[in-house]
Design a binder for this molecule. Sequence first.
Ligand SMILES: C[S@@+](CC[C@H](N)C(=O)[O-])C[C@H]1O[C@@H](n2cnc3c(N)ncnc32)[C@H](O)[C@@H]1O
Length: 269
Amino acid sequence: MNYTVSEKYFKLFSDLIYEKSGINIHNGKKELLQARIAKILRREKLKDYKELYEKVKNDKSGRYLTLLLNSISTNKTSFFREEKHFKFLSSVAIKELENRKNDYTLRCWSAGCSSGEEVYSIAITVLESLKNPDAWKIKILGTDLSYDVLNTATKGIYPYESVSFLPKNKIQKYFIVNNGQVEVDRKLKNIVIFRWLNLMQPFPFRNKLDFIFCRNVMIYFDKKTKENLIKRLYDCLDYNGYLFIGMSESLTGIKHNFKYIMPSVYKKV
Ligand SMILES: C[S@@+](CC[C@H](N)C(=O)[O-])C[C@H]1O[C@@H](n2cnc3c(N)ncnc32)[C@H](O)[C@@H]1O
């Protein structure tokens, strides 16, 4: 079967993806889009792009839209990716929080958490850094628009190699090792929660957050989408809270109210 995408359907799909997720598929990404959609067509036994497009538009359950968006985004992640952020969290941000907060609540959000490694890395850092973690009410939320990655995140089972670089005592403390795999320990699972959320849709928070990690997510977004997202992230962060973005990302050229702290770390002051 030939799944070459026509100009018309390339534009229809890229506009739809942009509208629903903020992900910007420019002409240079045409082949990528084509390959990813062809996979869906084959798997779902659909005739052509038109049939998928109509299903995405008309299917009220959102199943086809989710399939489409999942196929486009990159889910690459790892434990303690961009380690400097975890060092900063431990040596600066959590220390400030301990001095500042007397209600002993710590709320953190990993927006675009993929399969959960980022969330569990934050959880380990928090438990290792707070002087008296038992006294704190800790909630670390991970959200993503891919159900597949959220499934992995909730299970918390990963290949042993993904954590083998950690000191042995940390592996023993935070993971259960079994048959070449590790499962995240209860003490981490108890303080994390995973939910589906499209960042283009309203956020569900009642309380302000202390830290937001939105790393390697905005790489797909154009300036307008980024600016809008950054403003909404600012609004749901507490004063003195921190925003972490990917180390290869920057807010240069984007209107925002954050104070720049160091590359990819921003503070609401
Ligand atoms: C490359 S991963 C980054 C994972 C992790 N933050 C890290 O830095 O290791 C990007 C994640 O963002 C998610 N994503 C992209 N657009 C999104 C949107 N509009 N709403 C929610 N999640 C989105 C993707 O599904 C993907 O899992």
